[in-house]
Design a protein around this ligand. Structure first.
Ligand code: BES
Ligand code: ZN
Ligand code: ZN
Length: 508
């Protein structure tokens, strides 16, 4: 979506959006429109018993004496101070409203509404960011029938998938400040889109090496990208990761991304993502119902790639490593079997009792490799790791597991700021025992209970003393409930969360 910024003036054509604050008070431009239209705005608000609260909109069509198609009055009042995320949701809701009425030339008049002096430059930038996030659609496979009637297709698919408005002219008081505040969010928005695209992409298109090729595109933004082949991984002894891809005709890969935006002497921070481009379960095959969702089993890797994009695009002043472990989990004659024992890069051996518990296997080697090679300040991994986290937390929170209270608190706070919430879950020796094994150092599944925790305990066995956090995003990355800022199956969860974490604590 194209966004332009300019000073306040009376909008002349298309659709105009104005704000209404406490007690339906309007700003100066909105009052001007009201006066020129014989009080259309105040009369409409009265007639509709409109109450200016966040999320309330009122549409006035063809207002008298004006050339405008419509004026939308958007409520912003709230008893409490609106948070930046509230502003994002406001912008998202507004975009939804504009799309519903198929508005094309849209002018947003974002002036302080009456006594409501809460419309800061940051707030405006966040509102635009929210609208942009909402505008996302994944429609690249809605093709035309060869030789078919193009008009017919547009009519059938046009409404539901409308990307309108595709541009917004934003009017505000401090244009330079807003432009500056928005420029960082622009990169963040594209990072979220990168993650959503990757997760939405079907698995016949996005197999491990194709994913790696997409990650390579970050080179253009100044990110250093290396792709480790199966051969290289074999040399490193990554048999936990390699075992997962054995049943697939597609090669596995490990991608290492580096963004060096901080001082040379600064230790990097590291993000590691599970990138199982499709998870059939392998020989421990999953039931058919819902298996299609497993194209999203690379949500962790999608987030890490989107985050690296965002950080590079906004030139974050931090040294950041992104590592993604890519494999496809398929059943085949060459696939690993339940009962197999593999040796991980760390030297620890694993008895594979269920080939569907594969995420922890690819992460085991990726975490070990990251900690050994980069000695980071911290490691955070993201993974659509367990169905059990959905049972525990639903789709509201990602599960957070960590060996470090400070890191945990920082992630939790970033979650509250961005609305990408996390909920801390326990770790402990008693849970760890549940993956002890008679014939190897550990088995890859625990018992019937505490499935998300035993999965986290497994990961922790591949982390030494480095501060570490694991986010189980099986409930938040895909199959997402529609929200004000996302209508797509993939949410891009984690990009905004971790971008906030970096911005709040790790940029100097
Ligand atoms: N990719 C799945 C977890 C998952 C489930 C992600 C639902 C998104 C939505 C993971 O690889 C898996 O299959 N986990 C098993 C582990 C079990 C075999 C110990 C699970 O959760 O059932
Ligand atoms: Zn699985
Ligand atoms: Zn999986």
């Amino acid at each position: 979506m194209k966004i332009t910024f300019s000073a306040l003036s009376i909008p002349k054509k298309g659709s105009a959006v104005v704000l209404a604050g406490k007690d339906n008070k309007l700003g100066i431009i909105a009052q001007g429109l009201d006066e020129s239209s014989d009080g259309a705005l105040t009369r409409a608000m009265k007639a509709a018993k409109f109450k200016a609260e966040q999320g309330n909109f009122l549409e006035i069509l063809a207002p008298a004496h004006l050339k405008l198609d419509r004026i939308i009055i958007a409520g912003i009042s709230s008893d409490e101070e609106l948070s930046l995320h509230d502003w994002e949701r406001f912008g998202g809701g507004l975009h939804g409203r504009l799309a519903a009425c198929k508005s094309e030339a849209v002018t947003l008049v974002l002036e302080s509404a009456g006594d409501d002096d809460k419309v800061s430059s940051q707030a405006i930038a966040r509102a635009i960011h929210g609208a942009v996030l909402r505008s996302y659609r994944f429609d690249r496979y809605k093709g035309e029938i060869k030789g078919g009637d193009k008009k017919k297709k547009d009519k059938k698919q046009g409404d539901k998938n409308s990307k309108l408005p595709d541009s917004m002219a934003v009017q505000c008081e401090k244009t330079a400040d807003v432009r500056k505040a928005y420029s960082a969010l622009d990169g963040l928005g594209s990072g979220v889109f990168v993650a959503r695209d990757l997760v939405n992409e079907p698995a016949n298109i996005l197999y491990p090496l194709e994913f790696a090729a997409r990650a390579k595109k970050l080179t253009k933004l100044g990110v250093k990208v290396e792709v480790l082949s199966e051969k290289q991984m074999e040399k490193l002894g990554m048999h936990a990761l390699l075992g997962v891809g054995m049943g697939s005709v597609r090669d596995s890969a490990l991608v290492v991304m580096q963004w060096n935006g901080g001082p040379k002497t600064q230790k990097p921070i590291a993000f590691v993502g599970k990138g199982v481009t499709f998870d059939t379960g392998g020989i421990s095959i999953k039931p058919g119902a819902g298996m299609g969702d497993m194209k999203g089993d690379m949500g962790g890797a999608g987030c890490v790639t989107g985050l690296m994009h965002a950080l590079a695009a906004r030139k974050a002043k931090a040294n950041v490593i992104g590592v993604i472990a890519l494999a496809e989990n398929m059943p085949d004659a060459a696939a690993q079997r339940p009962g197999d024992v593999v040796t991980s890069m760390s030297g620890q051996t694993i008895e594979i009792l269920n080939t569907d518990a594969e995420g922890r296997l690819v992460l085991a080697d990726a975490l070990w490799y990251t900690q050994k090679r980069f000695k980071p300040q911290f490691m955070i991994n993201l993974a659509t790791l367990t169905g059990a986290i959905l049972v525990a937390l639903g789709q509201e929170h990602a599960g957070l597991f960590s060996n470090n209270d400070e890191l945990s608190q920082r992630i939790t706070d970033a979650g509250l700021t961005t609305g990408e919430k996390v909920w801390r879950m326990p770790l402990g020796a008693e849970y760890d025992k549940m993956i002890d094994c008679d014939i190897a150092n550990m088995k890859n599944i625990g018992g019937r209970y505490a499935g998300s925790i035993t999965a986290a305990q497994f990961l922790q066995r591949f982390v030494n003393d480095v501060p570490w956090a694991h986010l189980d995003i099986a409930g938040t990355a895909m199959n997402s409930p529609k929200s004000e800022i996302n209508r797509s199956w993939a949410s891009g969860y984690g990009v905004r969360l971790l971008n906030q974490l970096v911005a709040d604590h790790y940029e100097k």
